[in-house]
Design a protein around this ligand. Structure first.
Ligand SMILES: *Cc1c(COP(=O)(O)O)cnc(C)c1O
Length: 656
């Protein structure tokens, strides 16, 4: 169930409204060609509607620096509060209707994750925010500059995924139609200003807007996109003569039953750099998703492995561990996270390991108290915290985790006296509204929890907690308490992940596939301090090529068969055989994300986890080494790399 988050109900004390910097944004209408006095052709866009953008400014101070950055968000404001003609005619509701429509632009954040719903309001939002920000950037540029050619050396615009890519034709429109520059100069400025970060490998997340929507909402931008495309495809034909298949693949316009603008292609053509967010992701972008573009412009392609801020995700979230770290290596680690390396010297110190374990135990207790209050689940203080928290998506395979729990439960039912490591399974996940399978998987996990938590045979040795509303604040409790970090997406689907980094920096050991930044975490912490399982990207491709049939795994593996059968037969749904049938069907018919193929490898790997955990001294060493060797995953390092290799910035040195 979703409920609105009225986060502005009581206002926002941190922001300033700056009415002086209000801007105007147009929509719809048409464009008009005129011949100027000097004989040059000028195009003007005549929008049908106008909306004001009102800037809401938040100051963002650096940590222990004298720098304060400006975060500027925009609120839509109607240009006309009121239609007096309608009002005079007595139609009071319609007199304010246009105001409501205009102001809706900034009312709702689309909560979808990694899919495009193709709603007109969404494209309106994208253009609105982009147009406001570009206007503001240009206003600031003109405070000190009047030479447009200096723009790329003063301004860098990083396109954070495909959502703001409409800013490329918007800047072209301003330079050509409003400033009167020639195409070549305008394109040189534009294509030296933008750089694009891709955040996904899922094809459904690369936005493609119907041409018809553009015609209606942004007609001038569509003309410019066609012109950019025409010139770009000429370049492709010159480079690869006679290769029309390549031209069709690379075009900014996808020709299907519906013609669509491919925003990722527009970003790649209109920007001077393209990057992925982990080493594997950047390689897959070059070799698969954008392979034709990498062949044309190999020098554009870069990698910037994601990071997380140690101030929030270690210092603020985990004060106990932070104090021990500072006591051991000093407090420089908060700004130079590589200094965590100093902890390695302590792994052989039994007293240090004991303190480390004690902190983890205290953090587990804090989480246990929260789980009691918010999920109604009692957990044993000695149980391993086995955690999977992330948006709910089939590619992330929370379902595989549920299948593991069911298998453990069935083994315990068969052999109640079995010696096992007690485990608390913690789930945290939101599903996008309307994502039916995601919601059904949440239902399944809760239903499995109901059965497992209340079965006297289990006797509390396994428990499942799924607190609602996973968010950053709840993350502050969860990441520091975790023993085992579950990063089990199908290889080739998770661009980077950042939860994986937060866990490792708080001393959880990872069980994971070779996906996203897991690859780099494993390289850094050492294979012996990481639990690896599952198919690789290449093996996934090979299996699909050979014709993947999930039923073969069902037939061949009795443990797997029993797990799937129990989901189907009502064991977890009070006998209702229909409830979870869509999950069973999806596993047996297509199994898009290869749960069936990776199931046994995952179970075997969890067996190794259990063996390692029994040896608490060994486990504590692994935990310490994970923290000591993950300094690379500071967002300071990531941002430093963007500054140097893309924005070409040097740090401002301030004399105190
Ligand atoms: C870090 C974080 C995520 C991202 O987690 P992944 O495991 O990388 O998908 C999602 N939600 C919240 C609240 C987070 O703090």
């Amino acid at each position: 169930m979703e409920r609105p988050d009225h986060w502005l109900r009581y206002g926002n004390p941190w922001e300033f409204i700056s009415p002086d910097d209000m801007v105007e944004v147009g929509f719809g209408g048409h464009s008009e060609m005129t011949v100027a006095a000097d004989g040059r052709i000028r195009v003007r866009w005549l929008p049908a509607e106008r909306v004001f953008g009102e800037p809401c400014t938040t100051l963002v101070p650096g940590y222990g620096t004298t720098t304060v950055n400006i975060l500027r968000l925009w609120r839509a404001r109607a240009t006309d509060e009121f239609d007096f003609q309608l009002f005079d005619a007595g139609d009071y509701a319609r007199a304010v209707a246009q105001k409501v429509v205009s102001e809706n632009i900034s009312k709702v954040l689309y909560p979808n994750d990694n899919t495009l719903q193709g709603q007109e309001l969404r494209l309106r939002q994208q253009y609105f925010f982009v147009a406001c920000s570009l206007r503001d950037i240009i206003r600031r540029f003109h405070l000190r500059n009047d030479d447009w050619d200096a723009f790329p050396s003063k301004v860098a615009i990083q396109l954070n995924d495909t959502h703001p890519v409409i800013s490329i034709p918007e800047l072209m429109r301003i330079l050509l139609d409003e400033e009167g520059l020639e195409w070549e100069q305008a394109w040189r400025i534009t294509s030296q200003t933008f750089a694009y970060t891709c955040h996904t490998l899922l094809p459904e997340a690369l936005e493609q807007w119907p041409v018809s929507l553009f015609e209606h909402l942004l007609p001038r931008h569509l003309e410019l996109i066609y012109e950019i495309n025409g010139r770009f495809l000429d370049e492709v034909r010159a480079r690869f003569p006679g290769d029309e298949a390549r031209v069709i693949r690379m075009s900014l316009i996808g020709e299907g039953d519906v013609r669509r603008v491919r925003m990722a292609h527009l970003a790649t053509v209109g920007g001077f750099a393209v990057n992925g967010v982990a080493a594997l992701h950047s390689r897959l972008l070059r070799e698969q998703t954008l392979v034709d573009f990498a062949a044309m412009w190999p020098e554009k392609f870069q990698n910037k492995t994601n990071g997380v801020t140690p101030r929030r995700f270690v210092r603020l979230a985990n004060p106990r561990l932070s104090d021990l770290i500072t006591e051991t290596v000093g407090d420089g680690w908060l700004r130079q996270l590589d200094q965590l390396r100093g902890l390695e010297a302590c792994v052989d110190d039994a007293g240090f390991r004991e303190r480390w374990r004690g902190i983890k135990a205290q953090n587990r207790q804090d989480l246990a108290a929260f789980l009691k209050g918010h999920a109604g689940v009692s957990v044993r203080p000695d149980a391993m915290m086995d955690v999977i928290v992330k948006r709910l998506h089939e590619y992330k395979r929370q379902l595989l985790k549920a299948m593991h729990i069911i298998a453990l439960y069935q083994r315990l039912r068969d052999d109640p006296g079995r010696e096992i490591v007690p485990r608390t399974f913690v789930f945290g996940a939101k599903a996008a509204p309307g994502y039916f399978m995601a919601k059904l998987i949440i239902k399944l996990i809760n239903s499995v929890g109901q059965v497992v938590n209340n079965d006297p045979v289990v006797g509390g040795r396994l428990s499942v907690a799924f607190p609602a509303n996973f968010n950053v604040s709840i993350g502050h409790l969860i990441y520091p308490a975790a023993d085992l970090s579950e990063q089990i997406s199908l290889a080739g689907k998770e661009a980077s992940g950042t939860g994986n980094m937060k866990f490792a920096l708080n001393g959880a050991v990872t069980i994971g596939t070779l996906d996203g930044a897991n690859v780099e975490i494993r390289d850094l912490v050492g294979a012996e301090n990481f639990f690896l399982f599952g198919l690789t990207t290449e093996e996934v491709a090979g299996l699909r090529e050979a014709g993947y049939n999930p039923q073969e795994y069902y037939e061949a593996n009795p443990t797997l068969r029993r797990v799937v059968d129990s989901i189907a037969d009502g064991t977890f749904s009070s006998g209702d055989r229909g409830l979870f049938q869509p999950i069973v069907d999806s596993l047996l018919d297509r199994d898009e994300y290869l749960h069936m193929a990776d199931f046994q490898a995952y179970l075997d790997c969890q067996e190794r986890v259990e063996q390692a955990y029994r040896d608490q001294e060994r486990w504590t060493r692994m935990s310490i080494l994970n923290v000591a060797r993950c300094g690379f995953f500071s967002s300071d390092r990531t941002i430093g790399e963007y500054a140097e290799a893309i924005w070409r910035l040097t740090p401002v040195r301030v004399s105190q």
